[in-house]
Write a protein of this length. Sequence first.
Lengths: 429, 312
Amino acid sequence: MGKTDNLIILENGVIYDPYKNKKKAGSILIVDGIVKEVGKVTGSDNARKIDCTGKLIVPGLIDIHAHFREPGREDKETLATGAMAAFSGGFTRVCVMPNTNPPLDSPEAIRFIIEKSSGLPVHILPIGSITIGQKGQELSEVGEMVKAGAVAISDDGLPVQNGQVLRNALEYAQKYGIPVINHAEDIHLRNDGVMNESSLSTQLGLPGNPDISESVMVHRDLEIADYTGGKIHIPHVSTKRSVDLIRKYKKIGVNVTAEVTPHHIGLTEDKLTEYDTHTKVAPPLRSELDRKALIKGLIEGSINCIATDHAPHTIEEKEMDFIHSPCGMIGLESAFGLSHTVLTEAGASTEQVVQWFTKGPADIMGWNIIPFQIGEPAEIAIIDSKIRWTFKKSHIQSKSKNSPMIGMKFTGKVDGIISDKNTCGNLLD
Amino acid sequence: MGSLKNKHLIGLEHTPAKDIQKLIDTGFTFREVLDRPIKKVPSLTGKNIVNLFFENSTRTRISFELAEKRLSADVTNFSASASSVSKGEGLKDTVQNIHAMKMDCAVMRHPVPGSCLQLSKFVDAVVINAGDGTHEHPTQALLDMMSIKEKFGKLKGLNIAIIGDILHSRVALSNIYGLQKMGAKVTLCGPPHLIPRGIHKLGVSVNSDIDEVIEWADALNVLRIQRERMGVGIIPSVREYRDFFGITQERLDAHKKEIVIMHPGPMNRGVEIDSSVADGDQAIILDQVLNGVAIRMSILYLLLGPDEGEVG
């Protein structure tokens, strides 16, 4: 990360506004981190000129699902290192999940995140827990948390098993206009599963987690959302069954949104044959049939956005055996490259991919973002959609390195990013 | 070394049929050694073998130890506490210790599937899988096949049924791979919710009617029913299991046919198998135990022994 020169001109790019789906050729002048001119730039001889020919200039990407582990597990990630991981991946806004220690279940905890992350190059927006201690029983002080800056509520990886508790949350949260995010998993059907249940789990001798453990809970949550009119968001959808249900309930007007991770659209269970613990994730990597259904779901609009579920773990934890090592992989640095590669191969445009990282998540959270506004701080990413590159360990800024994507070849990359006075990337360093 | 395709014995999924054949044939050669007055040969003199047992398995451990000693290898036994395994500790340190101690061979029993494969990637020593959870248990399958071959003189064309809790079994997969590679047909019989998902893709048949399976089969491999699965809502009761899946004397008598009975042990007499069946003429359960030593000698010899030369 470097400080910007006082004057930067992003020259001769294509400026794309995913919120209005409009693009035009042009340049942008940024002075002291503030957008000064857009389109035609009158110029300044002493400005640093960044050639953006052939590149897309877009608003900073948004991730609504990340784990920065602070407070409690700063050995895995901190707000500062997580912010750097996000920033280098093209993100300028990140929502962090409340499964910290202690969990983010009070306005004090929310304020801690907001105060601790001020001054970082990325806006960090905390998600409060639905219930106290993520225990699935008593509602947290949702209103106070929202007042303190929480943007949504979720018990993260601990699904709310009690339907009445989720009903209460979905009804109560409507007052504050925030989505309720419930990790959709019937823990009894999951049983002791550590990978997708299939003929492959049988061959590997690993306990299977069937796709119905997700879809059964998705179905329940959609029914409760339909009944209450509440705003439900389904994180990291991993199965075809869930996509089919979401499509059906969207058609009848239920207030549901959904996200998919880059790894669920980019990888399948076939990646597990060597028992590599980096591929262990919740929900598990599924079948090729599921992967295709997730991509179709994004393209047709059943799924609204891509979110990383960036989940850092230490080397020591990932060195354990497959049963005992924790679920999760980091994803902020590889998110755009992997998603762009997979989705453009499936027929999507670069602009659509950008939308799934900007407009998609902003709409879920109810944010009205107007990019490239003159007089406002710059939150800009520069995208090279053609470049072919290999994702390496050296691209990782996160404190943890638990990525099964290392060594994968991607097409398309965030080539540079500007957030306020900070810059990062090939073009800008 | 090098008389088999793979350096290690991790499982039968990736062991070619000709190597299985060779392992069984050599097993019979060692079986003869075991019938001699002096049952020891010098084949592995000077070789260091460590038996790593991360969970209890008296039979398998003793069988390996006996095989190793009869080949004149130097044997070290290591048992880990169950608590260190349950915390997920141990495997990496184990790997490094084996490396540091310059072991020639590690025989490992571990509750976690894939653990032997992981071990084999990081050590120079030859790794033999003595059971990695519900994944593979190749030495058990080889001794089962050797025992069937001894009884029938062949494996090809035989109908073999595996009876019981296939889902939690450590021996089913290796038997399925091995038997099918050797030309036998395999049917699985057990409570439907204890048949693992997608197993038919491995080419086996599934039939939950034990009487139909007995009519079809040349041999029954009866699995142990873990008592801890009883009364926790998975298997309703001993009475019901016996009634629908038990290899009882009455059931066998009713069929009036020759059938060979196998069991990997330890048996729950009166649960999955009647005592009179286990001790009867049709049972080859004790032959399996003896063949277990012979086949493990064969495995150790072919993986660690001299390239050429006669069995001492």
